[in-house]
Design a protein around this ligand. Structure first.
Ligand code: C2E
Ligand code: CA
Ligand code: CA
Length: 667
């Protein structure tokens, strides 16, 4: 290659690089590459040319100097081009940025959505007319300000963090903000924030297109609220309660403190609902909710689990404190309710489970408080702490619930009979029918463990009818042996709502030819007190039939004696808890004595239950108590054993152990 062509070639490259440099913006990167390349080529070519010339000896000192000068000039001119390119680059970029912004804002101006264009720092460069209409801010007053002056404080900070991360990474972010307008109104806006790029893919702006979603959001929030709250009482529901327990456990884990979960169930609420109607029931539930809320601190959670069950979450409490609060809650509900001019007395059973002692998971705690509640209910203690010993039983309870219907169909229930003594003649005058569940796997189950379940599920009325029929049929047989023989049958609160109960009894009495006077229906004092108007109509029709009524567990219910005068009651059964302790406890002795006197003054028969020894029996005789029942005479036994007692084959005083007797006597 001769020197002239090398020089021409390098000039050509130089021109090309200059043209590239002038086109700058789109080709900046490539132009630089061209310039560097051409410079390298020129240097390389020049060195090659010089060495060629030297070899051929055509080079003299002057020529060399000229050549070197030419190369230096070339390099300098190239440097100048680069310099110009850089200065013009910055300048051109800016004008092009503005150009871009102008074009962008023209597009944005036309859109019907409120739109903001910001620089890379989030400072407002442009807002459209729609934005001004909605927010009340003119472009002039907010230009250059960071967008966060719009922030109402209701958007969670992590939303912004997330937005910046996304858009800085060059992606589009979609989310919701709550913005504050100039006049202070708050608006939820769905924003679509997109990075805007230049021709070289560099982000130059951000554009946020905002859409008002205040209404949708309000609707969504209402739906969410509904999903998390009980519509009747407005209390959190089970799902929200679960979440709160979860949070409380996390907090307690951190602070090394305890949490209590209380599950409360109103006793006999179903009867109120069934007899007085849902309207009254609902009002009572609302009032219960208010009372519970008033009793606990604002940061504690009161929730409705469903039906007549409520939940309370207490944070940072120990056992004793939880029990104390449970007691206060219980007292708050015991205050009489006055609804639609009627007075109602309601009480509830409360079960307590503690974190960390009883579990570290909301499900477990709620389930265990249920176990404790059920224990409180079946033992009538009002309040119970979870105890792991209860658990076998609770698992059993759930199974029992499922098995109850089956048990009725499979005829797994049977009736045992406990003799009842005439304390004057010291002879067995009759029996009390007591139901048992002969469970194929669990063996014999006593009524306290399943009657409450049957009451809850409404199956009790079916069982009661079955017992009544069975008992009357058996009584007819015994009355053939002893025509004076009588039978007490227990009926539960819910049975009093069975409008056809008296009719059913009448049919059976007629069918088995037993006079109504041979039957005594036992109703507990507390259930009698609860649902006055409605229970009375059933009681009245039973009275019209000539059936006697006994008040069971007398002394454990309410103190008002008013109803004794009103109701057609013929006997009082003193609760066994007083009778069993009357030898040791003076208070109990006083209660027994005064109940006997009270009964006699009102012309009622008095039965003492729970007579476990000779001495008690003797004292009761002295106190003029008419009748007695208890292990001292006999436990409840199968019908065959009673038959032998009536015929004199068995001596009643020797038969005290229910299972022993049944095992030895009955085939
Ligand atoms: P209740 O009507 O008060 O029946 C007396 C309970 O005390 C019976 O328990 C009986 O076995 C027990 N008992 C009798 N004498 C003594 C004694 O000397 N000492 C002690 N410690 N206990 C004695 P049971 O059979 O377990 O019945 C418990 C409760 O279940 C009954 O209490 C009654 O309220 C209910 N119940 C029993 N059978 C029926 C029924 O057929 N229908 C309904 N609705 N409830 C029933
Ligand atoms: Ca009874
Ligand atoms: Ca009793």
């Amino acid at each position: 290659m001769d020197l002239t062509s090398i020089l021409w070639f390098s000039v050509l490259l130089q021109v090309f690089a200059a043209i590239m440099a002038l086109r700058l913006i789109p080709f900046t990167g490539k132009a630089i590459a061209w310039i560097i390349l051409s410079m390298a080529f020129i240097l390389m070519a020049s060195r090659r040319a010089i060495s060629l010339l030297r070899q051929e000896g055509i080079v003299d000192g002057e020529w060399l100097t000229a050549m070197t000068t030419e190369i230096v000039a070339l390099v300098i001119s190239l440097l100048i081009v680069v310099g110009v390119f850089m200065i013009r680059g910055v300048f051109l970029k800016k004008t092009l940025d503005e150009d871009e912004l102008r074009k962008l804002s023209q597009v944005v101006e036309q859109t019907s959505s409120s739109t903001i264009i910001t620089d890379l720092e989030g400072n407002i460069e442009y807002v459209n007319q729609k934005f001004t209409e909605i927010t009340g801010y003119e472009l002039d007053e907010i230009k250059g300000k960071p967008t966060n002056f719009l922030n109402s404080g209701k958007t969670r900070p992590e939303v912004f963090v997330n937005m910046w991360k996304t858009i800085q990474a060059g992606r589009v972010w979609i989310g919701e903000f709550c913005n504050e307008c100039k006049n202070g109104t708050l608006r939820w806006e769905k924003a679509r924030v997109s990075p805007v790029r230049d021709g070289e893919e560099k982000i130059t702006h951000y554009v946020a297109v905002l859409e008002d979603v205040t209404e949708q959001r309000a609707q969504r929030e209402a739906l969410e609220y509904m999903a998390m709250h009980d519509s009747l009482t407005d209390l959190p529901n089970r799902a929200l309660f679960y979440d709160r327990v979860y949070q409380a456990i996390l907090g307690a884990e951190h602070n090394k403190s305890s949490v209590a979960v209380l599950l409360m169930d109103l006793n006999h609420f179903k009867v109120i609902n069934d007899t007085l109607g849902h309207h009254i029931g609902d009002q009572i539930l609302k009032e219960v909710a208010n009372r519970l809320l008033r009793t606990v601190k604002t940061y504690d959670t009161v929730a409705r689990m469903g039906g007549d069950e409520f939940l309370v979450l207490l944070s940072d409490v120990q056992h004793e404190q939880a029990s104390r609060i449970a007691k206060r809650l219980s007292e708050a509900v015991q205050e009489p309710f006055v609804i639609a001019g009627h007075n109602f007395d309601i009480d509830m059973s409360i079960g307590i489970a503690m974190y960390p002692q009883n579990g570290d998971d909301p499900d477990v705690l709620i389930q265990r408080s249920d176990v404790a509640m059920y224990s409180a209910k079946s033992r009538s203690t009002g309040i119970a702490m979870y105890d792991p010993d209860l658990d076998d039983y609770s698992v059993g309870r759930l199974e029992l619930l499922g098995e109850v219907r089956n048990a009725l169909e499979a005829e797994q229930f049977c009736v045992h009979y406990q003799p009842r003594m005439d304390l004057f003649t010291m002879e067995m005058e009759g029996v009390e029918a007591l139901v048992r569940w002969m469970h194929p796997k669990r063996g014999i189950i006593y009524p306290d463990n399943f009657i409450p379940i049957l009451e809850e599920t409404g199956h009790i009325t079916v069982l009661t009818r079955w017992i009544i029929k069975k008992a009357i049929e058996q009584l007819a047989l015994w009355r053939n042996l002893n025509p004076e023989f009588i039978m007490s049958i227990n009926i539960s609160t819910r049975d009093l709502c069975d409008q056809k109960l008296s009719e059913y009894i009448a049919e059976n009495l007629k069918f088995f030819d037993v006079p109504p006077s041979a039957i005594i229906l036992e109703i507990t004092e507390s259930s009698l007190m609860q649902y006055s108007r409605y229970t009375y109509s059933t009681i009245d029709s039973l009275d019209e039939l000539g059936i006697k009524l006994a008040i069971d567990d007398f002394g454990t219910g309410y103190s008002s004696l008013q109803y004794l005068k009103v109701l057609p009651v013929s006997e009082l059964k003193i609760d066994k808890s007083f009778v069993m302790n009357m030898l040791d406890d003076e208070d109990d002795a006083v209660i027994v004595r005064s109940t006997i006197d009270l009964g006699h003054n009102l012309g009622l028969d008095v039965v003492a239950e729970g007579v476990e020894d000779e001495e008690t029996s003797k004292i009761l005789q002295i106190l003029n108590c008419n009748h007695a029942q208890g292990y001292h005479f006999s436990k409840a036994v199968e019908e065959g054993v009673i038959t032998k007692m009536i015929t004199g084959e068995n001596n009643i005083f020797k038969l005290q152990n229910e299972e022993e007797i049944n095992n030895s006597q009955v085939s």
